[in-house]
Ligand binder design. Structure first.
Ligand code: ATP
Length: 270
């Protein structure tokens, strides 16, 4: 059915408060919030509002969260799809899905379109020539470029895409008037991890004196998604032994479990 072609959220609750750290990236996307809320402020001076921005960074660093927060801050609908959904698509379906997505977003404008894993659609042409689905991928990419080029100056739809492989993207995507802004979303440093812990510890019943500084120091290399996962694992570990609150040791056990998983993950890819 049509409803399943992409996700649509007309009442996004996520705001910048939910995004810990990423101060630089938040500052950059604040401009997009402003474009969506006060387009006339820019267009009366003859400026053209940008159509697209690319969020670039490792997995789990909050790219989806940040894009959603832009929609939440601007109070506009959020349309999203993931590039990886196109991988096994039948001929013609990818392009028509893109067309439908843009049609809906324009009807509900001002709005945000979010395309996660855009590299699955937007890989440089000519690579992976062995794959039979290559033509389909190119059709989908071409449709996306056509839609973005077709935006009139009054179409207040902004397309945000995310990738952890900007280096493999087709340069046509980055041309002026398309995804001509790149915003970097990096792994959190120590103080950013503290801020992320604060967000994800909020719903937990914590033992007295639980030291966020200590937890942040124990988790170098963790992404925001890893920290969210860690907090949840710690709560589950504590619950298993019928504790009344989540203790330091539960977090350390959860760290061991997650680091074990991360090591297995990187061994698989090395
Ligand atoms: P991927 O590249 O794997 O799609 P992503 O960068 O889009 O990842 P998200 O899906 O936004 O990452 O993050 C997953 C979850 O991790 C979020 O829903 C949130 O719970 C947590 N998270 C990640 N980054 C942050 C952050 N900066 N602040 C708070 N929570 C975060």
């Amino acid at each position: 059915s049509k409803a399943k072609l992409f996700d649509q959220n007309t009442e996004v609750k996520t705001t910048f408060k939910d995004v810990a750290g990423l101060e630089g990236a938040k500052e950059e996307v604040q401009e997009i919030v402003d474009f969506l809320k006060f387009p006339e402020k820019y267009t009366t001076l003859g400026g053209k509002i940008p159509k697209g921005a690319l969020l670039v960074g490792p997995p789990g660093t909050g790219k989806t969260l940040l894009a959603k927060a832009v929609a939440g801050e601007a109070k506009v609908p959020f349309f999203s799809l993931s590039g990886s959904d196109f991988v096994e698509m039948f001929v013609g379906v990818g392009a028509s899905r893109v067309r439908d997505l843009f049609k809906q977003a324009k009807e509900k404008s001002p709005s945000i379109i979010f395309i996660d894993e855009i590299d699955a659609i937007g890989r440089a042409r000519g690579k992976n020539a062995m794959s039979g689905s290559n033509d389909e991928r190119e059709n989908t990419l071409n449709q996306l470029l056509t839609e973005m080029d077709g935006f009139g100056t009054k179409t207040n739809v902004i397309v945000i895409a995310a990738t952890n492989r900007a280096d493999i993207l087709d340069k046509a995507l980055m041309r002026a008037g398309r995804f001509d802004r790149q915003i970097f979303v990096d792994l959190p440093n120590l103080s950013e991890r503290k801020a992320i812990f604060e967000v994800h510890l909020r719903p937990l019943k914590k033992a007295k004196g639980l030291d966020i500084d200590f937890l942040s120091k124990q988790t170098p290399g963790f992404s925001g998604a890893d920290i969210a996962n860690l907090c949840n694992e710690a709560a589950l570990i504590a619950a298993r032994t019928d504790k009344k609150a989540v203790e330091k040791q539960d977090f350390l056990d959860a760290v061991d479990r997650i680091v074990g998983g991360l090591e297995r993950r990187s061994n698989l890819f090395s």
